[in-house]
Design a protein around this ligand. Sequence first.
Ligand code: PHE
Length: 463
Amino acid sequence: MKHKRSKFKGSFGFVLAAAGSAVGLGNIWRFPYLAAKDGGGLFLVVYIALALTFGFTLLTTEISIGRNTKQSPLTAYGKLHKKFSFIGPIAYIVPFLIMPYYCVIGGWVLKYFITFLTGHGIDATKDTYFTGFITDKVWPIVFLAIFLLICAIIIYKGVSGGIEKTSRIMMPILIVLVVGIAIFSLTLHSKGEDGKVITGLHGLKVYLIPNFEGVTVKKFFFIVMDALGQLFYSLSVAMGIMITYGSYVPDKSHLVKSINQIEIFDTLVAFLAGIMIIPAVFVFMGADGMSAGPSLMFVSLPKVFASMGKIGNVIGALFFGMVLFAAITSGISILEAIVSSLMDKFKFSRIKATTFETVIALIIGTIVCLGYNLLYFEVKLPNGSVGQILDILDYVSNYILMPVVSIGTCILIGWVLKPQFIISEATKNGEKFGRKTLYIIMIKYICPILLLILLLMSLGLIK
Ligand code: PHE
């Protein structure tokens, strides 16, 4: 008997699931940081322009590939074109490498959520709290295992019963929390050393008003590349996820509309994350308080919450609860890309594929955790940063393999199968494809060139 492919029950369920994947740690800890660093409103304008062109093109392409082939990444490319089947395994390795370390970070989020929930937020303000936790030999592994298990249970329950249902619950709550915390953040104020009152609205200005100070052509180029890299990561493209989710979209659903909604959702949450974080950091730590990545979320923000007084613990708990939801809906999407590939290629059952990958992610994730103690070393990466095992996995997947997968996809669609292939898939129920010419130019020329520049920068060849 031929196995029947799972499906999302409704278009909106699909939109929420895909948006759930797209909205993740990147939106919360990287977007606000980049905006603050890259001229506030200037970065926002560049980002939105890229989202409407570059983001729209890649997202449309991957979701359409999924729906057309009804395959996950490992097998989808071969189904499109024999000669391009080599992209499949690379597109499979990306989520395979990301899964373990994303769950390690998911475990950190869980730990902080519990810390604040139990009223111990103040402990997290100590400078040694974060490093103390991640260098511990046992606890990070325990939290990784719990986070992973949560994702595994959801994936085991399947596409509509697990992923769609979870997204339908978590995403609306996430939005309410983000909006609520953002409004709260704007009402904050503190007295500076000179006695002047600094308010959240001052911070909002820093975020929204374009700042052209010191912007040269070269600097502008790097702002564009920052926005591009962020968008690329944020939309969950080149990770096999959107192909996988696309393969579960019913043929009759309006793809173009769903894609627009996913993009708006992702950009909106990133934008709101800025309103949530920048004013709060600005009020309590000043303009220099913004940092990127883990240190923003796990070191600076707990201090910001503590400065709010008693209510800080509650806000902190709500904040980390929200981040946890964002991380879970991203974590399940990456796990599904792997599980679905194993099911398509090796005809594994869902339970077998989920168990198999969970065990592997647990083993590699444990090694990642040990990278901060027993297996500690420092390695200098070609893009200039210094890191541990987690950073190596992140570098290889995000900075090298993802651009490679996407460039390959652009060549396959733009030049071999031709853009009309995707346009026809997206409009097969007679829908209107608004940005047709734009799509064609983007997929053939602009996207691959931009991605190539991104790749060369990651390799340290453009400085
Ligand atoms: N789009 C996610 C984010 O912004 C990235 C991601 C998705 C990472 C899924 C891993 C898994 O955080």
